[in-house]
Write a protein that binds this ligand. Sequence first.
Ligand SMILES: Nc1nc2c(c(=O)[nH]1)N[C@H]1C(S)=C(S)[C@@H](COP(=O)(O)OP(=O)(O)OC[C@H]3O[C@@H](n4cnc5c(=O)[nH]c(N)nc54)[C@H](O)[C@@H]3O)O[C@H]1N2
Ligand SMILES: Nc1nc2c(c(=O)[nH]1)N[C@H]1C(S)=C(S)[C@@H](COP(=O)(O)OP(=O)(O)OC[C@H]3O[C@@H](n4cnc5c(=O)[nH]c(N)nc54)[C@H](O)[C@@H]3O)O[C@H]1N2
Ligand code: SF4
Ligand SMILES: [Mo]
Length: 695
Amino acid sequence: MNVTLRPDFAHSACPHDCPSTCALDVELMPDGRIGRLRGSSDNSYTAGVICAKVGRYAERLYHPERLTKPLINVGAKGEGRFQEISWEEALDRVADAFVTAERQFGAESVWPYKYAGTMGLVQRDSIERLRHVKKYSRSHDTICVTPAWTGWIAGTGRLAGPDPREMAQSDCIVIWGTNAVTTQVNVMTHAIRARKSRGAKIVAVDVYETETVRQADLGLVLRPGSDAALACAVMHIAFRDGYADRAYMAKYADAPAELEAHLKSRTPEWAAAITGLSVAEIEAFGKLVGTTPRTFFRLGYGFTRSRNGVVSMHAAQSIATVLGLWQREGAGAFHNNGAIFRLNKTMIEGGDVEDDSVRHLDHSRVGPVLTGEADALKGGPPVKAMIIQNCNPMTVTPEQDKVRRGFLRDDLFVCVHEQFMTDTAKMADIVLPATMFLEHDDIYKAGGQQSILFGPKLVEPPEGPRENIYVINELAKRLGAEHPGFAMTAREHVDWMLRHSGLGTLAELEEKRFFDMQPDFETAHYVNGFAYPDGKFRFKPDWANVKSSNIGPMGPWRDMPSLPDYWPVVEEADETHPFRLVTAPARNFLNTSFSETATSSVREGRPTLKLRPDDAARLGIADGDAVVIGNHRGRVELNAELFDGLQAGVVVAEGIWANRAHRGGVGINTLTGSDEIAPFGGAAFHDTKVWLRKL
Ligand SMILES: Nc1nc2c(c(=O)[nH]1)N[C@H]1C(S)=C(S)[C@@H](COP(=O)(O)OP(=O)(O)OC[C@H]3O[C@@H](n4cnc5c(=O)[nH]c(N)nc54)[C@H](O)[C@@H]3O)O[C@H]1N2
Ligand SMILES: Nc1nc2c(c(=O)[nH]1)N[C@H]1C(S)=C(S)[C@@H](COP(=O)(O)OP(=O)(O)OC[C@H]3O[C@@H](n4cnc5c(=O)[nH]c(N)nc54)[C@H](O)[C@@H]3O)O[C@H]1N2
Ligand code: SF4
Ligand SMILES: [Mo]
């Protein structure tokens, strides 16, 4: 008789920075290794589907280039010459550097820096506990969500909306400013269900013909940063043609009459000139959403990464209020569910000891901070020591020339806790190897859906890598930092958080695998009013006081339009910079994660620049040619890819490649600006003017 050893299955959650936060089934092989990862079918949002790059996670987990030893830099800064040292010695050295910086320049000269390499709340946010207990510089984390969330909360007052699974009950799904096929594949699952079962129409609004646009029934490819003009024209059509729900607005909105008067001049012709769309396209879109009561706007992040992005988000969301869509199942607008979870993170983050007098440094402005620009330092001391977890700022942050010069400073001590030798790790004085999600315990809360999920430790890490909370708790010991959270394991933190959030215990979560936190229909659809004291949606937000930030307004916020409007503050093309550059995500990478795995990088090929054949012909550029793009911030080399699905004068570079992947060794964010998006900051990654020529 043949005995075949069959794999076992265990459950987890995807830790990556993606709105889908998939529930995972992990194949455990008889030899103790993992096999394929699959989407769980018992989580009704994941619905059995995950992206391909996470499906092949074994490749990342067992990667031969994974960091497994603590390292000390023995060469010049950034030279990449490292030697192995013990964990004890590495941690002692980090603690020494922090103590020295604090003694000479004060606690604010230490800047712990993190983002969302893992979205696990314990492993991602324990660094906050160390920060707050030690009164190190605080971080204003603007790199990703700030403009989108601000624009959303401006209207509704709350970061939540209809159940995203209701897309399957819609007759028209508008996927706006997100390349869902690439960045959050589960949106497509539910949209396509609606198409199959109800004949729903799918609309996609983007600045180039993405795979999502190709799969849509109506694809609107507009000029970068022009979305608010499209939104205003759609609302103009709604008022003009009788689609506007005046009774709904009378009850649920702050200034419908003012909005109507203001939109009189925001005609399809006006919007066509700004967006580059035809009047016919705008009219067709306005009619489709105006005559389809179950229209669901699924609003993404991409269209908010422009200097006017907050205004664009608010304008697009306002359409749902003008049409009264919120009242119906399968209709309304959705961006993110952040407000529904109510998790008490005090123990993880040390929120009880956070000191409001400590300065905030802007995460996106790491370049100006490290090069010592006085306004970026908020009048405080220079940054002299950093620990970086879950983030790769040497590639992902804007204005890279400054970022590079900053990290090259000999008087700056940097410890990077990483899984791979990233561009940032290469700049470190000390590199510490980190575990991956299947090797440690953590809890995950979704953004684009409604679950809280547990991801247990399923396999042993190789000898060497340790989890983030280990590093934080060990540093706390050496630094004399006291807080009960430093004596707790990841599992104890999860249990404490659930109990203190009124959500049960870790044992209950483990047994159920995830909690479905979806509020009831009335709450989710704002039937009892929007989250302002008067219950009304704001067409006229008080921009300086939107409840999305605990930091005062910045950037050109005083000039923000009071009603939805096109706000012309984007980095317009000009005679010397005739092109507008968009730096969109790559399907097989997740920011820079997965750029280290061969299957992902081979699928992506090399850094390319999509441009129109007519633009290319004018510059004598053929498909595949080496090209250089640049502006006052620097220059970057890529290869041309002739592509029709763009407006004239727009170019797209997909993916944040490692710097070395570019000829010349500098990456795409050399060209993006680190000036703040009004009113609360953020990086305008898709809003850059460039010149372009053949190399
Ligand atoms: N495969 C993959 N998945 C990812 C990521 C990744 O890098 N790769 N990143 C993850 C992260 S951190 C996040 S925050 C999410 C973000 O996911 P999304 O919400 O999808 O946001 P973006 O990735 O910024 O951009 C999405 C789309 O916006 C388009 N866009 C750019 N400017 C404009 C504009 O002015 N108007 C309109 N209408 N569209 C515009 C871009 O062309 C792009 O196709 O995705 C996550 N998922
Ligand atoms: N040009 C351009 N730039 C962009 C964007 C864009 O659209 N265009 N998007 C921006 C956005 S939305 C975001 S969110 C940022 C994201 O930028 P980052 O947060 O820097 O994202 P990643 O590049 O994926 O880097 C995360 C790192 O964390 C590490 N990591 C993962 N898990 C763990 C762990 O458990 N412990 C430790 N210690 N490390 C871990 C990974 O190996 C990886 O190197 O990039 C931004 N930059
Ligand atoms: S779609 Fe997003 S959440 Fe789901 S497995 Fe892929 S990266 Fe993870
Ligand atoms: Mo992000």
